[in-house]
Design a protein around this ligand. Sequence first.
Ligand SMILES: NC(=O)C1=CN([C@@H]2O[C@H](COP(=O)(O)OP(=O)(O)OC[C@H]3O[C@@H](n4cnc5c(N)ncnc54)[C@H](O)[C@@H]3O)[C@@H](O)[C@H]2O)C=CC1
Ligand SMILES: O=C(O)C(=O)COP(=O)(O)O
Length: 586
Amino acid sequence: MACTKATFTFSQYCSDRCSSSRRRRRASAVSFFNGNSVMRLSSHRGALLTNNVLETSKSKDKSSSNNNIILVSEKLGEAGLKVLREWGDVECAYDLSPEELCSKISCCDALIVRSATKVTREVFQASKGRLKVVGRAGVGIDNVDLQAATEFGCIVVNAPTSNTVAAAELAIAHLAAMARNVARADASMKASKWERNKYVGVSMVGKTVAIMGFGKVGYEVARRAKAALGMNVVAHDPYASADRASAIGVHLVSFDEAISNADFISLHMPLIPSTHKIFNHTSFAKMKRGARIINVARGGVIDEDDLVRALDDGTVAEAALDVFTEEPPAKDSKLVKHEKVTVTPHLGGSTKEAQEGVAIEIAEAVMGALKGELSARAVNAPAVPTELVAELAPYVVLAEKLGRVAVQLVSESRDVKVVYRSADLDTRLLRAMIIKGLIEPTSNSAINLVNADFIAKEKGVRISEEIIAGVELIDSIQLQISNVISIEGKVKYGSPHLTRVGSFDVDVSLEGNLILYRQVDQPGMIGRVGTILGQHNINVSFMSLGRTCRRKMAIVAIGVDEEPSKEALQHIGSLPAIQDLVFLKL
Ligand SMILES: NC(=O)C1=CN([C@@H]2O[C@H](COP(=O)(O)OP(=O)(O)OC[C@H]3O[C@@H](n4cnc5c(N)ncnc54)[C@H](O)[C@@H]3O)[C@@H](O)[C@H]2O)C=CC1
Ligand SMILES: O=C(O)C(=O)COP(=O)(O)O
């Protein structure tokens, strides 16, 4: 998904009205996971609009614990091991080679890992269906093949909250130690030197730190940098709440603004396709000369070769790194050996307190999953039963696409009201898919039926729902986004269509690349825009124009085969009659 301009201001055109008549859902019980551990969701008549469907029973019933074998492949806190032993036979086997892990796994019901164990497709294949749960004792799940886990009916759970402060503290420690040359001065003294002039540092007070990724860890770093170190703090996070930031005196700014003005740049975003090597030659060139970088997130967000060059030519003054593209890095890694770099071996989550917390958090999540409960910590997609898929499949796609459109139209899509026009509907799966569309492109976790409500709540995204009596299973789904704009979609000929934007009727297939804008309804516009697209060698697949009356405003959606360049979009957007142009990749 890409978004060239995230803010869309159709407010004046939002005149959609919704009937308040509400239908109740039928009571149902649906299993959403294949495999040995079947997880059941029970819906209760009239209760689903507000209820969180996740159940986290703390039952210590050990009646079915006898045969559970739990393999722990990395060091886990004793308190967590104790919880696990109540529920199964725990085997701790550290430093397994991939082959050893594969050979052990076929006898295991659960596997608990941290960041070093690569839980690959081969591991799931080797488990031959016995592995029911993978527990990631920590936040980042980039070492677990979630797609393979889902395909093999294995639930993946993580422990996203217990090491937040530990990671934030290490980021602050790196920031301060780098500013004051602590590591290098220590090494110098241990080499029997006394080099006071060589290790004159830089002050932190009054300097600007840019927090790149204002999630759990970023927030804690920001708070500490501001309150304890007296720094100016700006943050970049396309999906963070400006209110949450301003509450602690932090300004949310664009990526370029953040990196071009900061003295220190601290990275706290997840490693996802859109952040892979986001810090590269181009972004280093935009930084204030002599900026200092701290990375306690993931090595993969930095192009390490480019960083070495930026350090060599002085673009970046220093870097303090806890994480690396490959861990451990090569023994002769230029980056690790670089004189302007200080390193730690992925210690962000490694405090006694955090490890105790993470161990208990993951042990409880794994135990719950082994018992067949739905877990609020689940991060992979559910295997939905065939009957349900067949019935809801096209609407599931529609729901996710509408969520994706919404987040691209209004970057702060935090209040979303969903109005279903339906004959009879259990909305949980659709709601989960809308949440997935709204949040997943910006999040570390894969969102599914199990964790959607939980994550929406955690991210401050409020979803309310209303069902209006309809004729079909689902006539339409409407999203009213943050009181700014509403969009409506329908399934037409089996595929998802955008049918209304604000008060304008449109008919747009929600697939591929879409250019959407408002324009003054006047002759010659289609020709002008078509000519620009032609000049940029962009093929139009369809065009849809919706208007409420002649020669006023209209909304235009253009499907394009190729992704337009920024220049092409700017060219179209610069036509005087055109407003609020966005490019959506669906
Ligand atoms: N070094 C270590 O031992 C540890 C590392 N971590 C890592 O720290 C990172 C952050 O963790 P949490 O704060 O718990 O996650 P989080 O999910 O609470 O926060 C991540 C934030 O990044 C934002 N984001 C997504 N794409 C972005 C982009 N392109 N630019 C800027 N922001 C973007 C998201 O909107 C979200 O607010 C993760 O990568 C995690 O794996 C976490 C704990 C320990
Ligand atoms: O929680 C995370 O994302 C971490 O990076 C911590 O990793 P670890 O469990 O210490 O290997």
